[in-house]
Structure formats: C-alpha cells, structure tokens
Design a protein around this ligand. Structure first.
Ligand code: TRP
Length: 337
C-alpha cells in the first residue's frame, strides 16, 4: 500500500440483491463508482441480511446475490481495488448491529419513513427485522470507519440515524466511530420514470417504467418507443412543462455528453420518434458491453466464488479491528481465539 493511503477516505455502500439495477442507478451512481476505485479502496456489500426483512425464495435469493456481484464486476469494478462481498459472509455486521441496537431508541426507529412505508406495504409481516433494519445499516457503515456513503436520497434518513448513533456512542466511550457523510455524485441527472416522468425511475414500479441495465436491446427499444412525452411535438428542455421529453434529453446527455442545447438544436423540425430512437441507440451502446461482460462473468462460477471469498476475508479483517475496540470500550470480557 502506498504511504498516502491513510489519508484516503473510506467508502462503503450496500446494494440490495434485488437482481435489478436500473438505468437511473447506472447514470446516477454506479458508473461513477468506477472512478472512485482509483481514489480509495471502497467496500460494496450485497446486503442479503437486509433482504430477509421481507420474505424471500431461498434459491432466488442465492442466485440474485451472485448475480448482483457479477453485475458490479461487469460495470468495471476491479475486485483488487474494491472489496466486493456478501453481508452474510462477514458476521461482524450482525454482531455490531446487536451492540448498536442497545444505543438506538424505539422512538428513533418508529420515525423512519421507510419503516412506516414498508409496514404498510407488508402489513402481514411487520417483523422486528424490518423495524431494526436501520440499525443493521448503521452497523454496515460504522464497522469500517466509513467516511463517505454513496446513497440515494431515499436513504438519507437512515444515514442521519447512523450519524446520531455514532455520535452518541463516541460521546459515551471516546472516539470509536468515524462519523460518516453521504456521498452524492457531482454529475448524474435524476432519471425519471419513462411512463410517468414526474416520478423517479424505480424498479419497484411497473416494468415498462424503467430500463434495467440487463434489458435486451429489443426490450430497451420497445420501452422507449412507448415513453410518455407530450402533444407539442417540439424538442426542448423544460422539466416542468415537458417532463417526458426533458427526461429523454437528460438520458441522452448523460450517456453521450452532448449538451441539452445542442440536442434541442439538432432535433429542430424532427419528431419525438427520432429522439426516442436516438435515446434507445445510446442506451444500447452504453449497456451492451456491460451485458456481454455480465454474461461472461456470470458463467464463471469459480471466479465469482473466489472474488466473494477474497472480499469477505478482507472485509472481516477490517471489521475485526472495529469490533475489538467496541468490545473493549463496552467492557465485554477479553478473550483470545
Ligand atoms: N438500505 C439500502 C437500500 O435500500 C441498502 C443498504 C444497506 C446500504 N446497508 C447499507 C446503503 C449501507 C448504504 C450503506 O438501498
């Protein structure tokens, strides 16, 4: 390791093993992670324990964990420069989660909007794990003395809670945890749903509303053909008045770098059909190489297993340091393995 590594910021993020990542995730976050790996040694954890807060089919969950990892690799994340692993492979996550749970108040957890949402959507299964989900997330982050956490806006409240827990613990026991901050990439337009462009693109909505990174070219073209626009038949950027067209322009800009004014000029006198075709071409051009790489990596089970094992081992080493410190501070009896 270079000597200046100490000054580098620790980056951690968790990814749900939902198996679907969207064009919005790609433009807003994932593609910038490839740059981050040059600046630090980020950890990206597939959060299979978090996934258990709603009922899962075991075989599907198992498959989606490795698929998610394969996708991260296909996006260009180098397993030497990043620590890529599954949450359940590093027991420190669950362990710290218990310890931090003793420093988190019921009132705080009751106020989490995601809990309230999910409790409503899964009214038949409001389990304790769903309630303490944010504590496990705090453990994920604090376990690695994380400085920066790449997250979407929907996770900001959880990160605030993580900071509160860290500060509370530090006030009681001295400087144990680094207090993390949210990392929001500088560029990266907010990509909206293509069927309802007033809402953010989300994999939880109907399939026609998002482009998945792994959507086949024909699927991408078909979805974009049906993208909601307006009846004015003029291409210019105005997210208020023309959310659909503006969203298509944003996607084109994000993928090709051509600025919005240039796009508007170029499409003068042309229809929305042409715009949609170009956006589809740009999506296919950006995503095809990722998809090809994904297929290649996914077929190489031995490689995937090795990446996962190596990641878990490196993460465990870092986790152990924090946990030892926490045990000592809390007064848990010392032990030798
Ligand atoms: N809760 C996050 C989500 O739903 C996933 C997550 C789990 C996470 N642990 C994390 C994100 C730690 C950042 C840091 O997207």
């Amino acid at each position: 390791m270079q000597a200046n590594n100490e000054a580098k910021k620790r980056i951690f993020s968790g990814i749900q093993p939902s198996g679907i990542l969207t064009l919005g995730n790609y433009i807003g976050a994932l593609r910038s992670w490839v740059q981050l790996q040059e600046e630090a040694e980020p950890l990206y954890c597939v959060v299979d324990l978090h996934a258990l807060t709603v009922r899962q089919d075991p075989a599907a969950l198992r498959r989606r964990c490795t698929d998610t990892l394969a996708l991260l690799l296909a996006l260009g994340l180098d397993p030497k420069k990043n620590i890529l692993y599954c949450q359940s492979h590093v027991s420190g996550h669950s362990e710290l989660s218990w310890l931090l749970g003793c420093f988190t108040y019921m009132g705080e957890l009751s106020r989490m909007t995601q809990f309230k949402d999910k409790a409503q959507r899964h009214a038949d299964n409001i389990n304790a794990g769903l309630f303490t989900y944010p504590v496990l997330m705090a453990a994920d982050i604090l376990l690695y003395q994380t400085d920066l956490v790449p997250i979407g806006a929907d996770q900001k409240q959880h990160l605030e809670l993580t900071r509160d827990i860290a500060i509370r613990f530090n006030n009681l026991y001295g400087d144990v945890f680094t207090v993390p901050e949210a990392y929001i990439p500088k560029v990266g337009a907010r990509i909206m749903s293509i069927t309802d462009p007033t809402r953010k693109m989300s994999k939880s909505d109907e399939e026609a509303s998002y482009i998945a990174i792994l959507d086949e070219p024909e699927v991408i073209r078909r979805k974009l053909k049906r993208a909601v626009t307006d009846s004015e038949a003029a291409v210019y950027f105005d997210p208020e008045k023309k959310p659909g067209v503006s969203n298509l322009m944003s996607i084109l800009y994000a993928l090709t770098g051509e600025n919005l004014e240039a796009i508007a000029n170029r499409f003068q006198g042309k229809g929305y059909g042409d715009l949609k075709t170009e956006v589809a071409d740009a999506c296919v051009a950006a995503l095809s190489p990722v998809q090809a790489e994904y297929k290649r990596i996914q077929a190489d089970k031995a490689y995937l297993e090795q990446v996962m094992a190596d990641g878990a081992q490196r993460a465990s080493r870092l986790a152990f340091k924090t946990l030892s410190k926490v045990h000592k501070k809390l007064g848990l009896a010392p032990y030798k393995l």
